[in-house]
Ligand binder design. Structure first.
Ligand code: HAM
Length: 406
């Protein structure tokens, strides 16, 4: 609720401006989809196996509340076939069945972009830069960009064999949970934060050391591009991300002002095979999603991006019956001012109390005298400029001028 909701709205609007200025068009996609759309996120992945809210509808269709939007956007691409390069931005609620805690919710809001079409590494740079500049525009400074590559179909399989062999050799030293993960999704073992796993993970073979020429050249072009733009990054060779569709570039933004368990303020990467897996033409893709709830927590922690002003600028106090207030608030709102009034034809004192509490900067008083003179009294509620009687014909323009710069 307000004022937090006003802040969230302002944040999404700021992101929309950044995305539209870079040529992205909004996609508004459904809250639920056929569950098969999300199976591509990974059959052995927590988001799909444990965290998805899925259900059967009255016709027996198996549906799921979306846990993220990349799969939905790619499904929309496959269905509607917009001409590549297709640049989409989005915002909206996502649902994951998690244990709620600060910064981790079952319903949370993401903003993000996806680009379908080019596999040019400069697209990776554009996408990463968009998120980085957005964080900067909010005033956040304690953000780190973590960057990795997950290779491509030429080098990933042999790397996975090397990783699996290594992890199996050290199986006994892994936690019980990681032993189970090893059986289904070895790459995800690298993501474990459990203490007993750390020594094994530290010695594990790394994808960056097994890259094909093409994947290596792609990654170098991305890091070169980020350097050209002056965007600092840390190579994070064990960053594997929680969804299985990624290839080549992957990244995450860590918010150092937040506790480390929930400090991922956003993440993304390339998913060059997803369109084909969803039944479309082979079309490379890349994008990111940022967690709005967590960004706002980071803004709190860094003391930036306050809620936008929403209190009325003008509060109309009408003690002549209320019709003047009705007409004047309508006029002021049409002129673009935030205006409010009191109800119930109460006394001047009672209405002034409401005006004060509303946070308005000025009250406009209309009593019998003003009504007879065709004027209104403008009273400063916050400063000490006192009050002045203004002709009703000049009133709206006078107030507009007063608030022109706020
Ligand atoms: P993800 O890393 O699962 O990626 O989520 C992106 C961001 O959403 C996280 O970094 C975090 O800020 C926020 N988030 C995730 N789960 C929660 C939660 N339970 N409560 C609060 N915030 C949360 C994706 O969703 C991919 N679709 C990103 C992407 C786009 N990759 C390519 N394109």
């Amino acid at each position: 609720m307000a004022p937090e909701s006003d802040r969230q709205r302002a944040l999404v609007a700021a992101f929309a401006d950044v995305a539209v200025a870079a040529g992205y068009g909004q996609v508004i996609s459904p809250i639920f989809e056929d569950v098969r759309v999300f199976h591509r996120l990974g059959e052995a992945n927590d988001v799909v196996t444990k965290e998805m809210y899925d259900f059967e509808d009255k016709d027996g269709r198996h549906l799921a509340l979306r846990p993220e939007l990349t799969a939905s956007i790619v499904r929309a691409f496959v269905q509607h076939r917009p001409r590549p390069p297709w640049k989409a931005w989005y915002e909206g609620p996502q649902f994951r069945h998690e244990k709620p805690q600060a910064g981790r919710y079952r319903q949370f809001t993401q903003i993000g972009v996806e680009v379908l079409g080019p596999d040019d590494p400069h697209v990776d740079v554009e996408v990463i830069a968009l998120a980085w500049r957005f964080y900067e525009s909010l005033g956040l400074s304690r953000i780190r960009l973590l960057l990795n590559t997950l290779g491509d179909p030429d080098c990933r399989p042999s790397y996975l064999v090397a990783l699996e062999t290594y992890l199996n050799d050290h199986r006994g030293d892994l936690s019980e949970q990681s032993q189970a993960t090893l059986a289904t999704n070895p790459l995800r073992v690298l993501d474990s934060k459990r203490e007993p796993d750390q020594a094994v993970i530290a010695g594990a073979p790394l994808m960056v050391d097994h890259l094909s020429d093409d994947a290596g050249a792609h990654f170098s072009a991305v890091t070169d591009g980020l350097q050209t733009l002056g965007i600092p990054y840390e190579i994070s060779p064990r960053l594997v991300r929680g969804l299985d569709y990624y290839v080549k570039t992957t990244f995450e933004f860590a918010g150092d002002a937040l506790e480390s368990a929930q400090n991922a303020l956003g993440g993304g990467g390339r998913y060059d095979d997803l369109a084909e897996q969803l039944g479309g033409p082979a079309t490379p893709g890349i994008g990111f999603a940022l967690g709005v709830d967590r960004i706002l927590l980071a803004c709190d922690a860094e003391g930036v991006f306050p809620a936008p002003p929403t209190e009325p600028q003008v509060f109309v106090v009408d003690v002549t019956g209320g019709e003047q207030a009705m007409a004047l608030t309508d006029q002021l709102r049409q002129a673009g001012l935030r205006a409010d009034r009191a109800w119930g034809n109460r006394s001047m004192k009672a209405q002034m109390k409401v005006a004060d509490r509303s946070g308005a900067a000025v009250a406009v008083l209309i009593g019998e005298g003003e009504l007879a003179n065709g004027t209104a009294t403008v009273r400063d509620l916050r400063g000490d400029t006192g009050q002045q009687e203004v002709s009703r014909t000049d009133l709206v323009a006078t107030l507009q001028q007063r608030f022109a710069s706020t």
